[in-house]
Design a protein around this ligand. Structure first.
Ligand SMILES: [Zn+2]
Length: 255
C-alpha cells in the first residue's frame, strides 16, 4: 500500500485511485497537533485528548479533502449503517458505517486496530466507509453495508471495489477466549494457536456478498507492529484514533 509522506502523510489504495471522481486516504498518527500519547493526528474526542486540538486535527482532514462536510459518528462496534441522501447533520451517534452518493461529503471512520473498509460502486457512484473491529465482523456490518447500497442505490455487488485499511494483523491478533467470544464459523480462521486472520475474515465477508476477489485490496499493514499508527492493543486506553476517509468529488472541483 503506497505511502505519501507530505505535510499530512497518508496511505492509499491503488485500486481505488483509478476512479477520477473519487478521493480517499488512510491517515496515520503523523502530521497533527495533539501532544504526548495522542501525538499527533488524533481524530477522536472520546479518548481524553484536548477537544480544541482534536477539532484542529479534524479540520486538517476536512481541508485535505476540500470537503463540504466531514461526516463521522461515535462508533459503537455494532452494525448500524447511516445513509446520507439529503442534508447531512453531523455529528452522529451510534453508527459504524456511512453510505452516500452525494459529492463533497467526506466519510470518516476512526481507527486504532479496527479495520476501516472503504467501498466504491463506480457505476452508480455510491461510496461507503465502514468501521469494523472483531465485533463488527461478528455482527457482519460488511453485509449490512452492502445490503444498504443494494437497497437504497441499486448497487450491484459485482461492481463494488473495496479497500481494507491497516489494522490488527494476524501477527498480533491473539484471542485467547475465542471459544466464548467468537462464533464457530470463525474458528477456521485461527492460525498459530489462538491468533486470527481478520483480514481474511473481512475479505470472505465481502466475497460472500458477491464482491469479486480481484476488486478487494488488503493493505496488509498491522497497526500494532507499525508505530506510525495508533494501536489500542499496543498503547492501551490513552491513545488516539487515526482516520480512513472516502469522498465523491464535487463536479466543479479540479484536483
Ligand atoms: Zn502485528
Amino acid at each position: 500500500m503506497p505511502f505519501q509522506n507530505t505535510n499530512l502523510p497518508f496511505f492509499y489504495f491503488p485500486s481505488l485511485s483509478q476512479f477520477p471522481f473519487l478521493r480517499h486516504a488512510v491517515f496515520t498518527r503523523l502530521g497533527g497537533y495533539s501532544r504526548k500519547t495522542y501525538a499527533s493526528l488524533n481524530l477522536s474526542y472520546d479518548v481524553g485528548d484536548d477537544p480544541v486540538t482534536v477539532n484542529k486535527n479534524l479540520n486538517l482532514v476536512k481541508q485535505f479533502f476540500s470537503a463540504e462536510k466531514l461526516i463521522w459518528s461515535r462508533q459503537i462496534h455494532d452494525k448500524n449503517v447511516l445513509v446520507i441522501q439529503d442534508e447531512a447533520k453531523p455529528p452522529y451517534e451510534g453508527f459504524d458505517a456511512f453510505v452516500t452518493n452525494r459529492p463533497g461529503l467526506a466519510l470518516l471512520v476512526k481507527l486504532a486496530d479496527c479495520q476501516g473498509i472503504l467501498l466504491c460502486d463506480p457505476i452508480k457512484k455510491v461510496i461507503a466507509a465502514i468501521h469494523c473491529g472483531w465485533r463488527g465482523n461478528v455482527a457482519n456490518i460488511i453485509a449490512a453495508t452492502v445490503d444498504v447500497m443494494e437497497k437504497e442505490f441499486h448497487t450491484k455487488p459485482t461492481d463494488i471495489w473495496a479497500g481494507i485499511s491497516p489494522s490488527l494483523g494476524p501477527c498480533c491478533a491473539e484471542f485467547k477466549d475465542y471459544q466464548t467470544l467468537l462464533p464457530k464459523a470463525f474458528w477456521r480462521y485461527r492460525i498459530n494457536g489462538n491468533y486470527f486472520d481478520w483480514w481474511r475474515i473481512s475479505r470472505d465477508q465481502l466475497m460472500a456478498k458477491g464482491i469479486p476477489a480481484k476488486q478487494i485490496e488488503i493493505a496488509g499493514i498491522c497497526t500494532v507492529c507499525d508505530t506510525r499508527f495508533f494501536s489500542y492493543r499496543r498503547d492501551g486506553k490513552s491513545t488516539g484514533r487515526f482516520g480512513a476517509v472516502i469522498m465523491l468529488k464535487g463536479e466543479e472541483s479540479c484536483f
